[in-house]
Design a protein around this ligand. Structure first.
Ligand SMILES: Nc1ncnc2c1ncn2[C@@H]1O[C@H](COP(=O)(O)OP(=O)(O)OP(=O)(O)O)[C@@H](O)[C@H]1O
Length: 249
């Protein structure tokens, strides 16, 4: 089983230190982990640091990976390249690190990723012509098609309508279980984090404030401290925890 462990990880932009000594226990494959924290807390910076796109101290340890490229990443702004069709862009993502010879298995994986995300009918469209939500789903397909052992998603649901938010989070949870994949997703919707993620990491001002089972991280006390909101958590009629936010303080 793959694990990702962060050990005293720091990151800086120029002379500005953004992350201060982020340490986590091993985050295990098969789980969905929410990366939480207010705007500018350092979530995107942590992704970039894990990927080695920016420098800093400490270490990122990946144990138990069986592939040469265990990580796939979906950035917050997936951008668009108007000269590619959706199908081509997802195939290109699939071929990263696999050379240029496209095998039938690669085409099958592209079809599967598009189908999983319910966007098969967009295959022929230019990605520059898509809506923001459609583009975000294509970004998720580009990451998923790499069949990673660790999937990093920076606010994957921010442009999606409610149906697609729930659909994507459900798919991620199912694929994490089926493929023994670790999913680390930055989310702003703490209610959805409570419902769809197993564990959570809470950042504030570049510091790790809490890390553990989501129900132990998303608490009224911590939300008051970190998000400055008054909230309560109640069990719904099915017994699942629901976050009710009453006021910003
Ligand atoms: N390229 C950069 N150069 C300098 N500072 C940066 C750069 N990118 C981000 N920062 C700063 O680093 C801090 C953390 O930003 P980051 O994007 O990691 O936060 P975030 O938690 O992802 O925020 P949000 O929820 O708003 O997306 C912010 O103060 C931001 O202004």
């Amino acid at each position: 089983m793959v694990t990702l462990t962060l050990d005293r990880l720091t990151a800086h932009y120029g002379r500005h230190q953004i992350l201060s000594e982020i340490t986590t226990p091993p985050l295990e494959g098969g789980r969905v982990v929410a990366l939480l924290g207010p705007n500018a807390a350092g979530k995107s910076t942590l992704f970039r640091r894990i990927l080695g796109l920016i420098g800093g101290g400490g270490s990122v340890r990946i144990d138990g990976a069986t592939r040469e490229r265990p990580l796939a990443y979906m950035p917050q702004d997936t951008g668009a390249n108007a000269v590619l069709s959706v199908y081509e862009s997802v195939l290109l993502a699939r071929m990263q690190g696999r050379g240029l010879k496209v095998q039938s298995e690669d085409l099958a994986e592209v079809d599967r990723a598009l189908r999983e995300l319910g966007i098969s009918e967009l295959g022929e469209r230019d990605i520059g012509d898509l809506s923001g939500g459609q583009r975000q789903l294509v970004g998720a397909a580009q990451a998923l098609v790499q069949d990673p052992e660790i999937l990093l998603l920076d606010e994957p649901t921010s442009a999606l309508d409610l149906h697609r938010q729930i659909q994507l989070l459900s798919i991620l949870r199912r694929l994490a279980r089926e493929r023994h994949m670790l999913v680390l997703a930055a989310l702003h919707d703490l209610g959805q984090a409570l419902r769809f993620t197993d564990e959570a990491i809470m950042l504030e001002n570049g510091r790790l404030i809490a890390c553990g089972p989501t129900g132990e991280v998303v608490t009224p006390e911590l939300l008051r401290q970190v998000y400055r909101v008054e909230s309560r958590i109640e069990a719904c009629s099915r017994g699942e925890p629901q976050l009710i936010v009453e006021a910003a303080t």
